[in-house]
Design a protein around this ligand. Structure first.
Ligand SMILES: O=C(O)[C@@H](CO)OP(=O)(O)O
Length: 248
């Protein structure tokens, strides 16, 4: 049986401020660091040892991985960073407060922008899309740097990384951990579990909790489960779901 561990980064500064983040390179809060270290502790307690790690090119995921590695005393792991594991690009919503956006446009509209499978948020103006000139995306044809993404677009760039890189490595018997983002993980989970375009709207990934997938010899998923306290997990998932609601 093969296993793969996925971890969404710990709480970021913009998670704390409830702002749409996407490709903005925001760091972890103290709570986010504590969540990452707790994830490492839980993985050690459950007997995990990794051979290699993958993460995005965004510091909240990279730093989460560092803390997981440090807590597991596995700082030596080879680490592969790739933009395909980035958070979904949030277009013109990037940086806006989610509750204020819901107060302005309505909870339903914000839910569509956050969770519909194929309706992207409004696009960023090309002159605002500073990512196009960022050296970390130099290997990417600038015309391919998105101005916005719906989950379907994120699936389209995450799946090649799954098929070409992650799945063959796990199938070859290596123990792999991936530190990624709420929506890049939702993209992968949708594929792995065959979740419908409608049902994926109800899936929310908590910050900093290891999600373990088990696969058969052909890399068909057998089961998946989060490590840690079940009640705390439920509360964390609900908190993510509620972020897009207008308050009061
Ligand atoms: O803002 C974002 O980039 C993501 C993850 O934090 O948010 P949401 O859960 O609203 O898709």
């Amino acid at each position: 049986m093969h296993k793969l561990v996925l971890i969404r980064h710990g709480q970021s500064q913009w998670n704390l401020e409830n702002r749409f983040t996407g490709w903005a390179d925001v760091d972890l809060t103290e709570q986010g660091i504590a969540e990452a270290r707790e994830a490492g502790r839980l993985l050690t307690e459950a007997g995990f040892r990794f051979d290699l790690a993958h993460t995005s090119v965004l510091k909240r995921a990279v730093r989460t991985l560092w803390h997981v590695q440090d807590a597991m005393d596995q700082m030596w792991l080879p680490v592969h960073t790739d933009w395909r594991l980035n958070e979904r690009h949030y277009g013109a919503l990037t940086g806006l407060n989610k509750a204020e956006t819901a107060a302005r446009y309505g909870d339903e509209q914000v839910h569509i922008w956050r969770r519909s499978y194929d309706t992207p948020p409004p696009a960023m103006e090309p002159q605002d899309n500073t990512f196009a000139a960022d050296p970390r995306y130099a290997d990417l044809d600038p015309s391919l740097v998105p101005l916005t993404e719906c989950l379907k677009d994120t699936v389209a760039r995450v799946l090649p990384y799954w098929h070409e890189t992650l799945a063959p490595t796990v199938k070859a018997g290596r123990s792999v951990v991936v530190a990624a983002h709420g929506n890049s993980m939702r993209a992968l989970v949708k594929y792995l579990d065959g979740i419908s375009d409608d049902d994926i709207a109800g899936v929310n990934i908590p910050n900093g909790v290891p999600l373990v997938y088990e696969f058969d010899a052909d890399m068909k998923p057998i089961t998946h489960y989060y490590l840690g306290d079940a009640e705390a997990l439920k509360a964390k998932m609900q908190a993510v779901a509620n972020q897009g609601k207008a308050k009061g």
